[in-house]
Ligand binder design. Structure first.
Ligand SMILES: [Zn+2]
Length: 260
């Protein structure tokens, strides 16, 4: 069976900044239901939306096979992050929390808003659909404002990522925690601020709007910003057969930051 072509998805991506939020959500809902039904089956299960499918859709900036949940759009890392949030944090314990979600992923945003209520804040530098425009290198909130900060695959776009990390540390409450994730694609972090042309950034950093590639020494940057970092790998949490059923790469890791 061949994959259905979904011109609606491409159209929505381009028009997403122009359409009213309510229209966009309705279109997305119809698309996701249709894709979910098309892919319905038994081989894969998504822990974010609970949908079973015969396989996942191709997904990712450089498309990977069997990557994206057809029902909610969650990629491999999203499925692991959701399990981690549910099983290893107090995020869903029902107690009120002030939660900052930077550059919210579509597959998480509505679910988190529904579960976290009034304390949930989405923020982004450019996306007009978030609750608040925010430059994470200059967060306009007082010290110790948030119980939880979640920011995934953003810092690799930020020229002064160390400053953003210090800002996250500043606005996090002493008892709070932050999940700050980046793609780890090298043995050691590499950046070169003289590389600015999109084509050069694509060639060197893997994406035209990335400004560096991170290595495992990413942890050192977080620690230098004042965080205590606990790294949890997929293999620490999920058996191999379960990870395969959920389409989660065994090499993924969560960087859980608290105030040292
Ligand atoms: Zn899903």
């Amino acid at each position: 069976m061949t994959r259905p072509s979904v011109p609606l998805g491409d159209l929505m991506k381009r028009a997403g900044f122009l359409l009213p939020r309510s229209v966009l959500l309705r279109l997305r809902g119809a698309r996701d239901l249709g894709l979910g039904l098309w892919y319905r089956g038994r081989g894969r299960w998504c822990p974010v939306c609970g949908w079973s499918s015969r396989r996942f859709r191709p997904g990712g900036t450089v498309a990977r096979q069997d990557a994206k949940c057809p029902r909610c759009g969650a990629l491999e890392r999203h499925r692991f992050i959701w399990l981690y949030l549910a099983q290893r944090t107090d995020l869903f314990d029902g107690r009120p929390k002030r939660v900052l979600h930077v550059a919210p992923e579509q597959c998480f945003e509505r679910r988190l808003k529904d579960r976290l209520g009034a304390g949930y804040l989405t923020a982004d530098l450019r996306d007009p659909h978030v609750m608040e425009r925010m430059d994470i290198t200059g967060i306009r909130y007082p010290d110790e404002s948030f119980d939880v900060i979640y920011c995934s695959h953003v810092l690799e776009h930020v020229p002064d990522d160390r400053r953003a990390m210090r800002e996250f540390h500043r606005v996090l409450k002493p008892s709070g925690w932050a999940i700050l994730l980046v793609p780890i694609t090298l043995d050691r972090t590499f950046e070169d601020p003289t590389i600015v042309r999109p084509a050069d950034r694509l060639r060197v950093f893997g994406q035209k709007d990335h400004v560096r590639r991170y290595g495992p020494d990413y942890v050192d940057r977080l620690q230098n910003a004042g965080f205590k970092v606990q790294v949890t790998r997929v293999s620490d949490m999920i058996a191999a057969d379960e990870a395969a059923r959920m389409g989660i790469s065994r090499t993924g890791a969560i960087y859980h930051c608290t105030k040292a």
